[in-house]
Design a protein. Structure first.
Length: 318
């Protein structure tokens, strides 16, 4: 009789190979971290993960959406924060073994290729109603349904009705066919990039770090989750009422608020770091022209960061 783990490995290998042999990559082979030591092995061995009944994972998925207050309706940014809080819930509250899938666009893999991932912006905040990503990450689990083994991606930023098979998840993200994905151990939170002439690039250097200090004590994850919460609050309270207006002042305000609250980098700069986001939307411009909105947004942001700090502290102490 074939060993259980060998059977799982063969099934997973065939499933991955049938998608696209060029899509999967091994970080340790293609981007070796020479200064990380012999004990650094970020690649997840899916064959060692527990296999769950599909209904157990669907139950977790539904309970999380109903009870855990994670904002999945602002996919402009913060996927690493959403993936991390979901990972912590899976591990600490539900004891579900899992890994993370990282999907990298060419811009994160090749210094000479600027192509990105993309999805439709259902909130219509981004230019051309399109959200561009350099990378995307979400938890993955192994399930068995109708005697078939499958890899499910838990990613309500893509689909809020159910976990998705690997094939469906990839097909839902634009340019995934020219990008590459890998499975990493769940504890890895984010990555470092390569430098050229002392300047950071977008290309990964092979090192993925855990959710530890300084990121942990600086509330980096909580701030990312708070930005998502705050952005949807502003969308509903301030942006949507302006969308049908024909008044020129409202049109200008709508244009500016979209530039601020539709851009995850600008929001991170303005609210998390308190510096200007870019040359068009500076902190001074936003505060002088939309001070009431910015003040309200900052109050919501601070409350949500405090909320998430309490949640993550409780999870870390379990």
């Amino acid at each position: 009789m074939m060993n259980k783990y060998i059977a799982i490995f063969v099934s997973l290998f065939c499933a991955v190979s049938s998608l696209n042999a060029q899509s999967y990559f091994n970080v340790e082979v293609d981007f070796p971290c020479y200064n990380c030591g012999n004990n650094y092995h970020p690649t997840a061995d899916l064959s060692k993960l527990k296999v769950y009944d599909h209904n157990i994972i669907k139950s977790f998925f539904d309970n999380m959406l109903k009870n855990d207050q994670i904002e999945f309706n602002f996919p402009q940014g913060g996927c690493q924060q959403r993936a991390q809080i979901m990972s912590m819930l899976l591990s600490n509250n539900y004891k579900i073994e899992h890994a993370k899938i990282w999907l990298f666009a060419p811009v994160d893999l090749d210094l000479n290729d600027k192509r990105t991932l993309y999805i439709k912006d259902k909130n219509e905040l981004s230019p051309d109603h399109t959200i561009q990503w350099n990378y995307h990450v979400a938890p993955v689990v192994l399930v068995k349904q109708n005697n078939k083994l499958d890899t499910l991606v838990i990613d309500p930023s893509i689909d809020q009705t159910q976990p998705l098979s690997l094939r469906k998840w990839l097909s839902a993200i634009g340019n995934s066919h020219i990008s590459k994905y890998t499975f990493l151990n769940a504890q890895h939170y984010f990555f470092n990039v390569q430098y050229v002439n002392n300047n950071p690039t977008t290309v990964i250097n092979g090192y993925f770090y855990d959710f530890v200090n300084p990121a942990k004590d600086n509330l980096i994850m909580e701030k990312g989750l708070g930005i998502n919460d705050m952005a949807i609050y502003v969308l509903n309270k301030y942006i949507k009422p302006l969308q049908q207006s024909k008044v020129q002042a409202d049109i200008m305000k709508l244009h500016d608020l979209k530039k601020i609250f539709g851009n995850a980098t600008v929001l991170d700069n303005l609210f998390s770091q308190n510096i200007s986001g870019n040359m068009e939307i500076t902190n001074r411009y936003a505060t002088n022209n939309y001070g009431d909105v910015i003040l309200d947004a900052k109050q919501v942001f601070n409350k949500r960061v405090q909320y998430w700090a309490g949640i993550t502290t409780a999870l870390l102490n379990k």
